[in-house]
Design a protein. Sequence first.
Lengths: 422, 357
Amino acid sequence: MSAARTTAGPAAGARRVVLTGCGALSSIGNGIAEFTEGLRAGRVGTGDITVFDTTGFPSGRGHQVHGFDAAARLRRVRPEPTGRATQFAAAAARMALDDAGLDEDWLRERRGTVVVGTTDGEVGELDLLTESALTLGLAAFTGASLGRTATGSLALGVVRELGLSDVETSTVATACAAGNYAIGAGFDAIRSGRAEWALVGGADALNRKTFAGFARLGLIAPDECRPFDAERRGLLTGEGAGLLLLETEESALARGAEIYAEVLGYGINCDASHPTAPERDSVARCIRLALENASVKPEEVDLISAHGTGTPTNDTTEIAAIRQVYGDRPPRTVGVKAMIGHTMGAASALGAIASALAVRHGFVPPTANHRTTDPDCPVDVVPNASVDADVRIVQNNGLAFGGNNAVVLLGRHKSPRGESVR
Amino acid sequence: MSTAVITAWSAVSPYGTGRDPLAAGLRARAEAPASAGPEEWTADPDATARVVPGFEVRDALGKVGTRGMDRLTGLTAVTVRELLSGTDPAGEDAALGTGLVLGIASGSVQGFMEFTKSSLEGDSPIDVSPSKIPNMAMNRAASASAIRHRLKGPNTTVAAGRLSGLVALDQACRLLADGRAERVLAGSAEEYSATRAHLTHAAHGTGVVLGEGCVMVLLESGDAATGEPLAEVLAVHHRVAPDGDFAGALTAAVRAALAEAGVAAGAVWAAVPGEAPGAAGEQELRVHEELFPAEVRTRAASVALLGEMAAATGAYQLAALLSEPGEPGRIALVTTTDPDGPVGCAVLRLLTDGADA
């Protein structure tokens, strides 16, 4: 690995970027301790969706965040006039800040960047507005509706919650790869010196609109999400948020921070092929872009946190792309969506956090709900039970509708003196 | 590090399709024509807007792959088509490829709400139109444009309210600087719809006339540009105004952008404000009055001619500068504020004489 890090790549000479704080909201737990415990235990968070009325849908199952008390989690953002996804983003950002052992003043003293990925933004608020408009007519539209339904509200919610100003914000709406896009943007901003810290990740809230779309396409599993399983029947929609606090290696070492992992690099590209189906060669190209950017060789990767939605097309295509890059013996490849559902724009952010936890704590989270691996997905999916393992480098995949691919590589941080910092 | 240069641009605007109608309208300081909005759910028959005249997605793009496509996607795809003017990039698989960064507000709000309405009103909650499902992804406009022209580089959709155009420009410059794309198309777009009108009117008053359209610029690295540079992007800086202090935050953003660009406020030839409704726009005007003399503030066309452009504002500000005649080498600046807090500034060196190509 040390040899790989000296390879002259685009990152040569640039600052190194490390992950020092994580905030997670998911169906298997809120906060990094619960999330870690859930992943290790192979806990499955499936349940009946209650955030909207699922009457009449073929199935009402999904992955909802429970026990989220916005008023208790948020200090500045008021829950009442704020959409659920923005609440999630703001709360997870505060968790990440606390987890990093930092406070708001530290952020205010340095130029920073906040990038939140999302699939739906505050579409849940538009669902409510639609219901109101059907009963109230135009009186449904109030002065607060525009700001409340704006997609940019997610990143702005983070900034408002933490009382920041000298910070650039954007909400990245690249569908279900958005979390990785956000991590990549934060990585580049810090690496190049444009920012000293980044709060990046993704957030989405369950909503009728997206649920109806996936259900209409027949992509929703009747019982459980089973990535790479011969009998997989689709995905389960989920909600949550994953926010990551990134800073320079120099900053983290100077303040004695605990480092989860180093962000080694990433790749993004576009299939430019089909609105909803992924393309093997293009996904493989994105993986190669990420490996090259991170100066990592395929044989150095210990684990892949797959996009792994559990739909027939995604899983077969994704594994074919992985095998195109890794050959006949790809690393262990797991689909955490079996446990937490497809959390849309949060998915690859929570996947990145799961990857970082694997590195830091030395275990591989399992692919839950697994019965028989599909012969067309020939990988070790680590079925049903986590395993202890020495995980040095993890690849985290995000593949989205529209052919928007993003792959992030995280690795165990080694201090400049060579020893592992755990 | 080489800065990014704009080597081409195009638009779909209330003046018509293509760059020339927009450039001519802005140079003439002519208000874009207003007409009735489309007939759709919640439409007010008396509403007027500065819509793209006669724009129908399938007329503009043909029938292939456009069934159910929303207006926002159609406007964006036509702009990308006009910008590439028949020559799709080659060699997309071998190299980093062509990126596309699109700034939006919230996707097609009308499309989202009508989809949910179908779910609520249908015999079954999944009685929704399959042809509309691709629109449900907020990255539809950017990704569909990439599909139509085989653009395989980074494809990014960013949302930052009225800052979306500036943020898209910033992201595009970074993709070039960080070696993640060969060239990048960047811009921002808005569609007119009845629900967007209701949302805007409820927030900012019924007197606001909405505009719609899309502007995209082609960005290349200055040291590797194949096209004739029209402008150099010297700096983009954005931040968030705390508690309604737009003036303070914007002043800081302008000063940061000028410092990064290495130019003094006195060297600015034209300053174009984003003219947001309400306090955000009023305070922006005061900042401009404090920083720039009257002739600098009035040299380029006002984007207000186009109607309230929301997320598309920033891209139209670039168009106003690129189409304004003058000597090459002029320093120009745009600022944008969003009522929800974000404020930003971009500084450019205009290398064009502002005449039609």
